[in-house]
Design a protein around this ligand. Structure first.
Ligand code: UD1
Ligand code: CA
Length: 482
């Protein structure tokens, strides 16, 4: 970027059409707030300063912006009197901070999450090269309804921007619209802002009137039409929010495919902006990778899997699983139908199998919980195997306790571990054991009493039923053979 650049991001408007208690620019798209996307694009351009104009719900919006861009200047617009007023408030905040905006001032909106840094950069560079007082990032759209129209004279030169509500019938036919993103010569902007009037259909100070003021002063103005108009599309309601989300997702998924990830069905694969995928990852249909999820090389995820803030090791296999804040080791296997709750760690080559729920548990390298189990607050040692249908009873109704299963321990099916309890290294438990006391290393725990068989029980207690008939037939056959 040759000259000095100040970027003003407008985020003061209420966004009533969202019909939400959450401020519009805080709604997420691909796991990031809308304003978060805009700030990320703006930061990539490396401006001298970023000024954010906040108003509605500024107690939420302000700290959010500060967390993302700590050195952003926050300008409070108490009442929203239009885009011209908002930019004036921003310029006053710069002055109040002891700074002076020089070179170029770029104005962007916080509700256009699809805007890309490269477009901003090219726009600002063109503006500077053309030595204009004002440049408009415009777009040619099939339906210009609601936008300000770019009015040109017979020579094709930009004359001004007219807002929908102030436009004549003929002007409303114009399909070149103002995206809202404008670039200014800083000195011109400072002079023009106090000259804006609110004598218009909305009774607002329109930033767009600066174009006309520049023309009157004999200064250069111009419009730069962006080819990908979607980038400048603002989100006003939840229908646009969904559409923008889909476009953003397509962009993200395409980028990962270009980077060497196989995505079998991009339309049903949702990847948040901050997810990291490694080469030769395969995503099967119906996968959502959310938050700060990271997937290692050669891992195969899906179908039908949601992972939020998870770390999946290289070569792991995760099938029909829901996971949050879990770490899965390399070459491990998860699912189908597993539920990984926060604090789950599975070691390399380990297994969390079918219909298994895990929480706050460390399952070490090569350890396996293959079937139908609840594993809560457990430490399972390397190479241990947990039998089918095991419950780690971690909760006594008041407090949670931990269970420790030793290295290479083999526990039987349908066990209950009543925490706190420990099973030693190399120990075992018989099927159906309720483990209430520690099991020493190498011991076998058996808690159920010896089995009693009540002979001919079905014949007397279930007489006349198919069960009794079957029993009778089997007993007769034994008698005959004797
Ligand atoms: C504005 C433009 C219009 C353009 C359109 C593109 C003006 C006068 N009009 O119209 O030419 O085609 O955007 O979407 O600029 N804001 C504030 N403070 C205010 C007013 C607005 O921060 O006092 C913020 C809003 O939160 C929003 C942005 O500025 O992010 C645009 O405001 P909005 O009222 O939506 O402008 P439009 O009428 O859509
Ligand atoms: Ca708008």
């Amino acid at each position: 970027m040759p000259g000095e650049l100040t970027v003003i991001v407008l985020a003061a408007g209420g966004g009533t059409r969202m019909k939400s208690k959450t401020m519009k620019v805080l709604h997420p798209v691909a796991g990031r707030t809308m304003v978060g996307h805009v700030l990320a694009a703006v930061q990539e351009v490396q401006p001298r300063r970023i000024v954010a104009v906040i108003g509605h719900q500024r107690e939420q919006v302000g700290p959010h912006i500060q967390a993302l861009v700590p050195d952003a200047l926050l300008a409070v617009q108490e009442e929203q009197h239009g885009t011209g007023h908002a930019v004036r408030v921003a310029m006053e905040a710069v002055a109040a901070s002891g700074g002076v905006a020089e070179g170029t001032v770029l104005v962007a909106y916080a509700d256009t999450p699809l805007l890309e840094a490269e477009s901003l950069r090219v726009f600002a560079e063109e503006h500077e090269a053309a030595q204009r007082a004002v440049s408009i990032l415009s777009g040619v759209v099939s339906d210009p309804h609601g936008y300000g129209r770019v009015v040109r004279n017979d020579e094709g030169e930009v004359e001004g921007i007219v807002e929908e509500k102030d436009a004549s019938a003929a002007q409303r036919e114009i399909r070149e619209i103002n995206s809202g993103i404008l670039a200014f010569d800083a000195a011109f902007l400072r002079e023009a802002l106090p000259k804006l009037s609110n004598d218009n259909a909305k009774g607002e100070y329109y930033l767009t009137d600066t174009v006309h003021l520049a023309r009157e002063a004999g200064l250069h103005v111009g419009a730069h039409a962006i080819a990908d108009v979607l980038q400048t599309e603002g989100v006003n309601d939840r229908v646009q929010l969904a559409r923008t989300g889909r476009v953003m997702n397509q962009r993200i998924v395409t980028r990962w495919m270009e980077a060497g990830v196989t995505v079998m069905d991009p339309a049903t694969t949702w990847v948040d902006a901050d997810v990291v995928l490694n080469p030769d990852v395969t995503l099967l249909p119906g996968v959502q990778l959310l938050g700060a999820t990271v997937v290692g090389e050669d891992a195969v995820i899906g179908p039908d899997t949601t992972l939020k803030d998870c770390e999946i090791g290289a070569g792991a296999r995760v099938v029909r699983t829901h996971g949050e804040l879990a770490v899965i080791g390399s070459g491990a296997s998860v699912g189908p139908f597993a539920y990984l709750r926060p604090g789950t760690t599975l070691g390399a080559g380990g297994k969390i199998g079918t219909f298994v729920e895990t929480k706050n548990s460390q399952i070490a390298d090569g350890a396996k919980v293959p079937h139908l189990s609840y594993v809560g607050d457990a430490d399972i040692g390397p190479g241990a195997n947990i039998g089918a249908g095991t419950v780690f009873a971690n909760y006594d109704g008041v407090q949670k306790h931990r269970t420790r299963i030793g290295r290479q321990a083999k526990t039987g099916s349908n066990n209950t571990f009543v925490a706190p309890v420990e099973v030693g290294d190399g120990a075992g438990t018989a099927g159906g054991t309720v483990v209430r006391r520690n099991v020493p290393p190498g011991a076998l725990a058996v808690s159920s009493g010896p089995q009693r068989n009540l002979a001919r029980w079905a014949l007397s207690k279930r007489a006349g039923t198919p069960q009794a008939d079957a029993a009778q037939a089997a007993l007769d056959a034994v008698e005959e053979s004797e």
